[in-house]
Write a protein that binds this ligand. Structure first.
Ligand code: C5P
Length: 394
């Protein structure tokens, strides 16, 4: 029997943890639960105990708890640690590595995969601190079931509501390798910018951070796919559970992508430099007060177009991105036709600090037409895209 250690932290959504426990036990999982002090304000240890059939742990320094089962043992006996709902506070503790109570100590001491389902007020979720914590946790391999958007208990509207328990259950099953919708599928994801050298110390680059592509790689892996992430130079870490290949130039990115084939899915989220310097200088170029040098550029290979070209190696689903600043749908549709890919995720990068930022506002274009998605964090956009890809293969 697979065992889940469920940490219930504070928030009005804590009551939904009881429904999650019911679904988990019904599906045959063993559940041990830990209730944070704030969590215990919303659900009682007794109700959790009744539903799990197991003792509920609440205090780090309780002698009885420690003598029965220390915090190391608690997570050692689990196959997966789940935090649902995960409050802004516990996510911040996880990101900072704090260990002041039983829940945070367990999360710091565990050697098991951790899945979090955040729930909080929309402003707390959208706060740069929470988004930065989430991005950091994802690079450490923490799996995320993003919150839903909708009317909230606090009277506001937006993302922050705990994902529905069946959605969390599906993510838990995928994390445990039990039938994620993309199990057995290989996905190649390109991410980040490219650096095209001018001479040994200078290069042409762009503002891409790799946040969207990396989040997509993590989201596909969370649904069970084997993922090869081909990343240009970025400042964020490699997502855990994903094989990351680091490259600098477009030519290297194409070579790494071709080496990773065959694949069932390709998502080209990289901002590949359109041009490279044709006559890269072997030594650092010197200024001598004369005429400034002119760069001779030549076009780079189009990785997305190559992947989309018909042939035995073509992935079944090829997804491209289109960053535009105007006439989004029209340009994206033209790009889809020109490149030959199946879907285009079009994003408006005009003026709002989207490129390099934490959020994205996209339009998904497929043979069925265009669908606008509400502006959301890059992690949520990634989860939604991965879920759509999961449906495609269902
Ligand atoms: O042509 P444009 O750069 O606007 O197309 C964007 C899409 O094409 C993105 O999916 C990007 O990853 C991909 N692309 C590529 N290789 C290039 C240029 C763009 O894969 N050389």
């Amino acid at each position: 029997m697979k065992r889940v250690l469920l940490i219930v932290s504070g928030g009005i959504a804590a009551y939904k943890a009881l429904e999650l426990v019911r679904l988990l036990t019904k599906a045959g999982y063993g559940v041990t639960s830990v209730l944070t002090q704030a969590g215990a304000q919303f659900v009682t240890p007794l109700s959790l105990q009744a539903l799990t059939g197991n003792k509920v742990y609440t205090e780090l320094f309780s002698l009885t708890d420690e003598s029965e089962m220390g915090h190391i043992e608690l997570s050692r006996s689990a196959d997966l640690v789940v935090v649902a709902p995960a409050s802004a506070d516990i996510l911040a503790k996880m990101a900072a590595g704090l260990a002041g109570d039983l829940a945070s100590t367990l999360l710091l001491a565990t050697d098991k995969r951790v899945l979090v389902a955040p729930a909080m007020n929309v402003r707390m979720w959208e706060h740069a601190a929470t988004q930065a914590n989430m991005a950091l946790l994802q690079t450490r391999g923490v799996l995320v079931v993003p919150p839903d958007a909708g009317p909230m208990a606090c009277g506001e509207f937006g993302p922050g509501r705990l994902a529905e328990p069946p959605v969390i259950l599906a993510a838990i099953e995928a994390a445990l390798g039990v039938g994620g919708p993309l199990t057995g599928k290989h996905a190649i994801v390109t991410s980040g910018p490219t650096h095209e050298p001018i001479d040994p110390v200078r290069y042409i680059a762009n503002r891409s951070s790799g946040k969207q592509g990396h989040a997509i790689a993590a989201a596909l892996a969370a649904l069970g796919a084997r993922v090869t992430l081909v990343s240009g130079p970025v400042e964020i870490g490699d997502p855990a559970g994903v094989q990351t290949v680091h490259v600098e130039t477009a030519a290297q990115m194409l070579a790494a992508v071709e080496a990773a084939l065959p694949a069932d899915i390709a998502v080209c989220a990289a901002a590949v430099g359109d041009w490279r310097v044709a006559d890269e200088a072997p030594h650092k170029m010197k200024k001598d007060g004369g005429v400034p040098p002119a760069l001779h550029l030549m076009e780079n290979p189009d990785i997305l177009a190559r992947l989309s070209a018909p042939g035995p190696q073509r992935p079944k689903l090829v997804v491209g991105f289109a960053a535009e600043t105007e006439r989004l749908e029209e340009y994206a549709a033209a790009k889809r036709a020109r490149k030959g890919c199946d879907w285009i995720v079009a994003n408006n990068v005009g003026g709002t600090g989207i490129m390099g930022g934490e959020e994205n506002e996209v339009l998904l274009l497929s043979a069925d037409g265009a669908r606008a998605w509400p502006k959301a964090g890059k992690i949520e956009v990634a989860a939604k895209l991965a879920a759509k890809i999961g449906e495609f293969f269902a």
